[in-house]
Design a binder for this molecule. Structure first.
Ligand code: AMP
Ligand code: MG
Length: 413
């Protein structure tokens, strides 16, 4: 526990957190399971793309030289000696002065060096009239023109989106080695908490934090699960954490980290000595716990108020998940927005206010605040789509001035 009265800055706490996050061994996954992850190997293609010379159009395979004298008034007429379809199992061939009807993607027959598109012919079946000269290589997709055999296809660190997965499939890779999704386990602590689906008796509160944090962790790219509720009880907490250690790359608890007599997470984990509880110069989210359990599994102990838990997740846990994923940018992108109202903020504290970010017709952004400073406001949190970040040295953001905004889930707006 920090002994001095000075609050630790957000940046100091974040760098302690990130220093305490290692890496996870790469694993091999099938292509769709690897979507969104980063490649952990250099992939070289052992086949060319395209795999063989093939036609770019439906038309007729010809020798360009045979069409040299063709013109609109004097078409060259060539006998059509067969069809080549996509999927043809063997390469066909044709002699000089002949043509073959060919489909898009079908292999160019031996003896041909160009394709004349259907629309530039009379579409004949037994013989075809060609009204213009064709140049060598016209409408032919060359083997290896996209990627030669032996060439690097994707490098370690490449993000696997739809196009990259398509490339891997095209070169015959059905599995790739990637940085895995960190397994995040979320535990809610508090003797007042009950599972969703039961009507709360007086004094009981339905656990919403584990859904909030597990969903936020999934959104950040983790494989996140809830492990339920633990009452404010030392041994119940320690037993549950112990039993989950082998299943997790990151543990996250909420609740029980303030100064109260029943703040069991803080009491129980402080005794173990590998988790540090500190106070960070931020609002909400001042009490924070971070450290390691078992075989160096990182654990985050977030405050229990839902807004505090979300802000703490955004500020500390999301960058940690992204570090484990191997991402280069650990922080959310921010935008500058015009504040639509005046907001006060204590000096020396970085304040995160829930807001609604609007895109103006002029192309810029504006932001209105929702919910006030109270960190218990779950319904207003659900109407927010961003956090406005008011820096430590700013005590007032005047309406009409600019403020830094961290968009959260823009996808659903
Ligand atoms: P704590 O940090 O344990 O002192 O909790 C602060 C406030 O957040 C209290 O009002 C708790 O009832 C509430 N709270 C704690 N955990 C949860 C949770 N998992 N879901 C909803 N509210 C919670
Ligand atoms: Mg509590």
């Amino acid at each position: 526990m920090a002994q001095d009265d000075r609050l630790r800055t957000v940046d100091e706490q974040l760098s302690i957190v990130l220093d305490g996050i290692g890496s996870i061994d790469p694993i091999e996954l099938t292509l769709l399971d690897a979507q969104g992850l980063l490649l952990a190997e250099n992939v070289v293609s052992d086949v060319p793309l395209p795999g063989f010379d093939n036609s770019a159009m439906d038309g007729y395979a010809v020798r360009a030289i045979d069409t040299r004298d063709a013109g609109p008034q004097r078409p060259v007429v060539l006998p059509v000696v067969g069809d080549v379809v996509a999927g043809a199992k063997s390469r066909s061939g044709m002699g000089p002065g002949l043509a073959m009807r060919i489909m898009t993607g079908a292999p160019i027959p031996a003896g041909a060096d160009a394709v004349i598109p259907l629309e530039d012919t009379d579409r004949g079946v037994a013989r075809v009239a060609i009204g213009r000269p064709v140049h060598t290589g016209e409408c032919v997709r060359r083997a290896g023109e996209d990627l030669p055999a032996g060439a690097p296809a994707l490098g370690a660190g490449a993000a696997l989106g739809p196009q990259q997965l398509a490339l891997l499939a095209a070169i015959g890779r059905d599995r790739v080695v990637v940085r895995p999704r960190p397994r995040v386990l979320v535990l809610s602590t508090g003797s007042e908490l009950i599972e969703v689906g039961h009507r709360p008796s007086f004094g009981e509160v339905t656990d919403s934090n584990s859904y909030l944090i597990a969903a936020a962790a999934r959104d950040a790219g983790a494989d996140a699960r809830r492990t339920g509720i633990v009452p404010d009880d030392h041994s119940a907490l320690l037993d549950t954490l112990e039993s989950q250690l082998l299943r997790a790359d990151i543990l996250v608890t909420t609740g029980g980290v303030s100064m109260g007599a029943f703040d069991v997470v803080k009491q129980a984990l402080s005794e173990i000595g590998t988790v540090e509880f500190t106070r960070v110069a931020m609002q909400p989210g001042k009490p924070q716990g971070f450290g390691h359990l078992g075989n160096r599994i990182p654990i985050f102990c977030l405050p229990g108020n839902p807004v505090s838990a979300l802000v703490s997740f955004e500020v500390f846990v999301r960058p940690a998940i992204r570090k484990l994923l191997g991402k280069r940018n650990l922080q959310r992108a921010t935008v500058q927005a015009v504040a639509l109202e005046t907001v006060e903020s204590p000096r020396g504290i970085r304040q995160y206010r829930r807001g609604i970010l609007h895109r103006e017709a002029t192309g810029g952004y504006s932001v209105s605040m929702v919910g006030g400073p109270g960190s218990h406001l779950i319904a207003s949190m659900a109407s927010a789509n961003c956090l406005a970040v008011i820096d430590e040295d700013v005590t007032e953001v005047v309406a009409g001035s600019r403020v830094t905004v961290m968009p959260l889930l823009l996808a659903n707006r």
